[in-house]
Design a protein around this ligand. Structure first.
Ligand SMILES: [Zn+2]
Length: 270
């Protein structure tokens, strides 16, 4: 890993951004997915998030990664991090399911930064956890603090199987989930979007359209449960009918004994 360097090394930022000096930018409240809170908040444009979803969904088994491009701004509420673009981590190699940024990846990223986003900064990175949830592993924390360790830089984790995502910051080996907002600058392409919901609401978020493997699996399980319940009910009804039939036959025999016609009685006597 020795030759790897962050693009931020070349920037004038030393990490201690004076938020009070950050450029002012007003966010359109009606375009945001939630309320602005008095805390350093991540604001990601829907177009950038769509790019991450598309990149992540293209690789449903193996992890992919890239960097987040934007800057730190302030509005009347507080300073915020605005993510405007992404750069896919081309040539990023994987080992044992873990993404890593190689020297070639950084070179590619640097070229695009110089060419397209020379007025912006690398504000963090994203990677996927296909099917294993939203968190930063120990290796992720190491990678984050090595390459994106400035206090305002963020790590986005996206799970292409569930559609969940979350932003994190990390300090001294401890990851912390950060609140985030989505700025609607274009329609969301994700069919199943849990994005921007508070963590507690993730489980109850309405399913817009079945897309992920987890959805049909859950439905199958539910159908199985209903089927076995129906079978149990049928068995109980069957048992009840069987018992009732026994009682009816018994009663019929007794009744018949009492009301057998005379000719039958006569015939049955020797
Ligand atoms: Zn990870």
């Amino acid at each position: 890993m020795g030759v790897i360097q962050t693009v931020e090394n070349a920037s004038s930022l030393d990490g201690d951004i004076d938020f009070a000096q950050a450029p002012k930018r007003d966010l359109l409240r009606q375009k945001l997915s939630g309320p602005r809170i008095t805390e350093f908040q991540v604001v990601i444009r829907q177009s950038a998030l769509n790019g991450i979803h598309t990149h992540g969904d293209s690789s449903p088994a193996a992890e992919i990664c890239g960097v987040l491009v934007g800057d730190v701004y302030q509005d009347a509420t507080s300073a915020f991090l605005q993510i405007e673009h992404i750069i896919k981590g081309e040539a990023a190699t994987r080992s044992a399911g873990q993404v890593t940024f190689t020297a070639e990846t950084w070179q590619h990223i640097q070229e695009i930064m110089d060419r397209d986003y020379s007025d912006l900064r690398i504000v963090g990175w994203y990677h996927t956890h296909p099917g294993h949830g939203i968190f930063l592993s120990e290796m992720d924390i190491f990678l984050h603090e090595s390459f994106f360790g400035l206090p305002w830089q963020t790590a986005l984790v996206y799970d292409p199987r569930t559609g969940d995502e979350g932003f994190f910051s990390s300090e001294s080996g401890h990851a912390r989930r950060m609140p985030h907002l989505i700025e609607a600058n274009e329609p969301a392409t994700a069919k199943l979007s849990h994005a921007g919901l508070p963590v507690g609401e993730l489980e109850t978020a309405p399913i817009v359209a079945p897309r992920r493997a987890a959805v049909p699996l859950m439905r199958t399980r539910k159908r199985h449960r209903t089927a076995s319940l129906g079978r149990l009910l049928l068995a109980i009804i069957g048992l009840f009918l069987f018992a009732a039939l026994g009682v009816i036959i018994g009663l019929a025999i007794r009744t018949q004994d009492l009301h057998l016609p005379d000719w039958v009685l006569r015939m049955s006597r020797p």
